[in-house]
Every structure is written in C-alpha cells, then in structure tokens.
Design a protein around this ligand. Structure first.
Ligand code: P6P
Length: 340
C-alpha cells in the first residue's frame, strides 16, 4: 500500500475535524518545510560554512554556534508570514518575537529550539529542531502579545514535535491524538509516514544519563543508577545498557522507537536554575510526545506537563521514557523523602 505523505495525514486530520483546523494544518506544514531547509543546510557541513562557533552568547549564556543563529533566522522567516501565528519564542532569542505588523496575525504561539544539541554538528552527530504550539490567550486578540502569554503549562500544548537530522531526517509529531513519524524522501522533498502511532514500551533496560555528572546527582538518582549498574546480581536482577548522545532529540527518538529512560535531573549545580534543560521549548514538547506515546515525563517527582511556568527560558529537571521505569525513579525519590 502506498505510504501517506505528511500533507495527506494533515488533510485527513483536518477532515476528521476533532483534531485540527486549517490554521494549525498550515502551521505544521510550514514548520515541516523549515525543518527540511535546516536539515539541508546542516548536511552541507564545512562545505556550507555553517560549522564552528560565533563570538556571541545566547540568553542561556552558551556560546552560539553559527548554525544556531542561521537555523533560528530560517525558522522565524519560514513561519512568521503565514497569518496563523501571534508570536514566536526561541532558545536563541532573549525576548519573544511578535509577528511583524506587515503580516496578518493568528491565534497560535510557536516555541522552538532551532538546533538542539548543536555542539554535535561539528562532529557529524545527530541534532534536531524541537517545537511546541500553544494557543494565544483569548484576551490577547487586539493587544500586543507579551512573554506572559507564553507562560502556559505543557498540558495546554495543541501540538509538539521535533525533526531529527541524522542518517535519516525524520519529523515526529503529535496533535494530541497519538505520535506519528515521517521520513524525508530527499529526492521528492516529501515527508513520508514511516512510523504510524509510535508507542514507548512500558519497560526497559536502557538508561540515558551524562555519567560525568555523577558527583552532582541527588541521592535518589545516584541510588537508582547504582542499582542499574549492579545488573542482574543487584536489586534490579537484570543487566542494563547505557546511551548518552548529548542531543535530547536523539535520545528521545531512540526511546520512542525502542523504549528507554532519559535523565537530565536537577542536581546540586542547579539549586538556583532548577535544571539544565529548558521547560517551554525542550521539556514540554518532549513530555507531550512521550505521554502521547504511552510513556511518562516527570521532574523526578512531578508531571512536567503540569508545571506552571514563571519565566520564558525557565529550566527544569527531566526524567522521561518507559512508564514503569519513570515510576520506579519516582519511588526512589519518595523513599528518600520518607527517610529524611
Ligand atoms: P550535556 C544539548 O545542549 C542539551 O540541551 C540536550 O539536547 C542534551 O540532552 C543536553 O543538553 C546535553 O547536556 O551536559 O551532557 O552536554
């Protein structure tokens, strides 16, 4: 049977109406087109003079890669004109970006991390683009959009997804009724559905954590990882495997494809910041995807999608993936609290 394209999938979702209207369909089509362009630029590497760092830092205080800035500009230009957005927000822009007055404005807010894991680009490892879609508050029409309009919990997202630029280029998307993956057919320039209804296995023996941070972890995380490392002779009774790609998109994609648990917990370095990963345009979209695929996503103890944001570039601890494993890690936290 001929595989569906992204456009066919979106038209069917629109026909069924309970999923999306024409504006959200246009939004996803434009995001997908921007990701295709970004993937093309990345694939040029040194030939496209897009590698290396700039002398600038982003709002996060991180040195910006050339590609961070290039991809951010591409994403804004590709999306701001369509008439479906009120404003955009990005990891690479300190303030929100209201849609310029030369374009019509719409009801959606688009948040994105243009190149997640950008340090991987210089060494030809997978990176990605993460995006999250909110509705502008009802009272926002007719007034200037502000940062506070973006401060909505992740359970208000109407869509979320990522593109992963690796050996293949894929777009993974949820509109609130399951998770669907599309592989880019580079010859035709079409996104072809290759992963209908992605599901995260409830159990796993594979964890993803940056083990070099071990000395900073809180006690429950340290005990959980220790028990995994003790393998079949330890309390878990099974051997575990570890992966760490330094690109959240690549780790989450692996978990959506074959299960696993990803941990970037808030540790002793994050007392003030709350964590390393960003809530609005990394944790929330990934948490929506994982939950829509039957997995779980917490801060270690609290559901990420219920966290009430207070700042646009707020950071948070993230533990997500196979539901039984995420629940077990929460139990390590509860046990720890009980012994305090
Ligand atoms: P570390 C990339 O910079 C990122 O935001 C995520 O994509 C990734 O999971 C994490 O940070 C990697 O962090 O400390 O291992 O380099």
């Amino acid at each position: 049977m001929r595989r569906k394209t992204l456009t066919q999938f979106l038209i069917e979702q629109q026909r069924s109406e309970q999923i999306i209207g024409p504006e959200l369909r246009l939004l996803v089509e434009l995001v997908a087109r921007a990701c295709k362009s970004i993937g093309h630029v990345i694939s040029k590497g040194e030939l496209g003079d897009v590698l290396g760092s700039l002398e600038t830092e982003n709002i996060q205080g991180e040195v910006q890669k050339k590609l961070d800035v290039i991809a951010n500009e591409m994403f804004v230009e590709a999306n701001e004109w369509g008439g479906h957005l009120a404003a955009l927000a990005s990891e690479e822009m300190e303030a929100i970006h209201p849609v310029p007055n030369r374009y019509p404005k719409g009801e959606y807010l688009l948040l994105f991390d243009p190149i997640d894991g950008s340090s991987n680009v210089d060494v030809d490892l997978s990176v990605g683009t993460i995006f999250s879609v909110l509705r502008a508050p009802d009272d926002a029409s007719g007034r200037e959009i502000g940062e506070r309009d973006f401060l909505q919990p992740g359970n208000q997202q109407v869509a979320a997804g990522y593109a992963i630029y690796g050996p293949q280029t894929l777009l993974v998307l949820t509109l609130g009724q399951g998770v669907f993956g599309f592989t880019l057919d580079r010859e035709m320039g079409s996104w072809i559905m290759t992963h209908p209804n992605m599901r995260v296995p409830k159990q796993t023996n594979e964890f993803a954590i940056n083990a070099s941070n071990e000395r900073h972890w809180n006690e429950p995380v340290r005990r959980y990882i220790d028990d995994c490392l003790r393998g079949e002779t330890g309390p878990r009774g099974i051997d575990f495997n570890m992966r760490w790609t330094a690109s959240m998109v690549a780790d989450v994609h692996r978990i959506l494809v074959r299960g696993g648990v990803f941990l970037y917990p808030a540790d002793t370095r994050h007392t003030a910041s709350g964590g390393k990963l960003r809530l609005l345009y990394e944790a929330n979209p990934m948490a929506m995807l994982i939950e829509q695929a039957g997995g779980s996503a917490t801060t270690g103890t609290a559901r990420i999608l219920d966290v009430e944001p207070t700042k646009l570039h707020q950071r948070i601890g993230v533990i997500l993936g196979s539901a039984d494993e995420v629940a077990r890690i929460a139990a390590y936290h509860s046990l720890n609290d009980a012994h305090r």
